[in-house]
Design a protein. Sequence first.
Length: 113
Amino acid sequence: MITLPLLSAAPGAITALAAIFWSLVGALGSSTSTWIIQRHQDRRDLLARKIVRRETLYSDFISESARFLVDAAEHSMGDPQNLITAYTLLSRIRLGSSRQVLMKIRCETSAGT
């Protein structure tokens, strides 16, 4: 029969090593869960900032377009330079939008003409 000297010599050492091992496992699990939670929170914060930026951009475009609509209803557009702001906002919308949004814009603008 083969006996392991470590097991027969120091049973208290095995208990201490097991306690240290499980302590390390617990610390690793805690660190991993903290990292995952922080990562998802960062993603949510980034998404929230993108949504706010997009809503502001759309709001600016709607305000500028409404101003031009009122101006056009009152009289004819005398200076095409006034449309630069609206065109700039529309270009920023196109730059930051997904492919589905751009396709929807194309469908609606081609149906309206």
